[in-house]
Design a protein around this ligand. Sequence first.
Ligand code: COA
Ligand code: AMP
Length: 629
Amino acid sequence: MSYVDDYKRSMSDFEGFWRDQASSIEWFTQPETIFSDGRWFVDGELNTSWLALDYHVQNGRADQDALIYDSPVTQTKRRYTYQELLDAVSQAAGALARAGVVKGDRVVIYMPMVPEAVIAMLACARLGAIHSVVFGGFAAPELASRIDDAEPRLLITASCGIEFDRVIPYKPLVDDALGLSGHNVERVVYLLREQCEISLSGREVSWSEFVEGATPADALPVAATDTLYILYTSGTTGRPKGVVRDHGGHAVALRYSMSLVYGVRPGDVFWSASDVGWVVGHSYIVYAPLLTGCTTILFEGKPVRTPDAGAFWRIISDYGVNIFFTAPTAFRAVRKEDPDAMLLKDYTLCSLRTLFLAGERTDPSTYEWLVDILGVPVVDHWWQTETGWPIASSPIGAETLPMKSGSASFPMPGFDVRILGADHQEQARGTEGDVVIRLPLPPGCLPTVWRDHERFDASYTRHHPGFYHTGDGGYFDEDGYLFIMGRTDDVINVAGHRLSTGEMEEIVAAHPAVAECAVIGIEDADKGQVPVGLTVLKDGVNIDHATLQSELVAMVRAQVGGIANFKRSLVVQRLPKTRSGKILRQVMRKIVDDQAYEPPATIDDPAILDEIRTRLVDEGVGLIALRSE
Ligand code: COA
Ligand code: AMP
């Protein structure tokens, strides 16, 4: 396999290239039409759950571990062979069918990191039902808005999640969400966990009762273009976007990524320390490892304090992990607790071949630390919920090219990445601009937004005609390495979690004392970025700033969740605006990000910028990297 050859062919003969890749999976009906009208493999038929389970059982992997569940927070370890996982999934699919779920129905899964979450996902896929997993850290209104948009027949959840040693009861959240939602969910299935007992009534049923006695269901052949799942992600407003993933392109792209990007072979142990609620969890905890015949690890815990900062090393050593993938923020947390990696000495990491990092830019200091302590290639690679697999990486499965700290290396085959200026012109090497991808996007990427194709166009294809708009800014250096410098829109990355500042603004603006506001992301040494609210008070309102801050913090926590890490707000007299009254968020971000900030001429009163800067410092927002001060 040659990266350069693959890349060139994916550009010059994209249908031929992807036809060849499609032959790496077993179809029920082989596709003849490779690409038509924006969709991949349109006349192919397959089933993703069959490919992930039955195929391997029939091809000699029945007794190999498919999934290892390691949960330090509940002191539980459990292994599922491919045969056992297939049995559990077939029975759960039978239970869904018994409950009336048919192809095309939606099922929302709001669960912590437990095997039943994976089983429920694969059970939906088996029937051609569409799952929509909601991250367990989201608050009730977030769950409600996803239920409203997806209109599921069923909601599958658990009695609680566990954060370190804290039990998070889910039932109150679920009850609130169902109360807020305008959609009527027929049944709510609860996995009852011993850490939190609840009583059930009406439409509620326990997971064990739900699956008990169900007749195992076979995998249903579906069209390659049928929807496998909807995964909501933050956009620029409070309404999350339902990213649609289809069966065919997804399976082909993930199989290809496992061999080219990750250098994985069937039988390898692949561990992605993320959460099934995020795209990384969908692609690289569940689908890609299982489609490839690997053993995947489901870790219910954190990198630190479970029980210490050696949790990552323990798992790699205990299970012989070959490929490890996590977010840089997780390693920043480990390094903070154990800067000299003393805990590493207790473990043998000889199985580990490569470490992959994504979710946010890897800061050079964390990168160098990891290279030093691990002695294996450390690959920063870049992608998004929308693409489902890496846009740029080092192609570890083909060749080990030199890496540059701070860069996500090179575009992967199928992704024609360009850097465009505001005038739609391509930027010279070294010059920053919008990072875009020439259409069509390769298989695996979103074909549309759930039931809102207009939003797909508005969000992704209109900024630069003919190109997919990633929302990231960046540049290619002289050697062709891609550097992703951060979002250019109202999306921020907090501890590897993608959040919308626009949504937080809507919440802050609802406070009765607030006349107008802006929420901006500022650099943070641990979380990468954290949101800060800047508020202008209504005339005549007299509220203590500390009280206002604690009320706003509580509001954002109740409506988005603790993961927003919204902990600071500042009162300012005015917000910088254009002459037409548009708040200049980008400008405010630059205040804290730029070495030498030059206010643009469009601002009414440049002095306000100095005031905000002074206030940000005066109020002691200690974590802000105010490089200009
Ligand atoms: N359920 C309920 N609450 C949750 C939660 C969940 N699933 N996940 C996080 N929270 C809560 C935390 O308990 C914390 O609450 P607190 O403010 O009361 O302390 C708050 O949300 C903030 O969480 P976070 O910023 O994630 O901090 P943390 O200390 O809990 O964890 C990391 C730090 C680095 C381990 C974690 O952020 C992480 O794993 N990030 C990587 C994310 C990721 O995998 N992204 C995908 C790309 S690979
Ligand atoms: P998500 O959709 O949650 O996976 O978040 C995608 C966003 O995370 C991207 O648009 C980037 O802003 C950011 N991101 C992911 N990986 C990287 C990376 N390796 N370097 C820089 N930013 C990244």
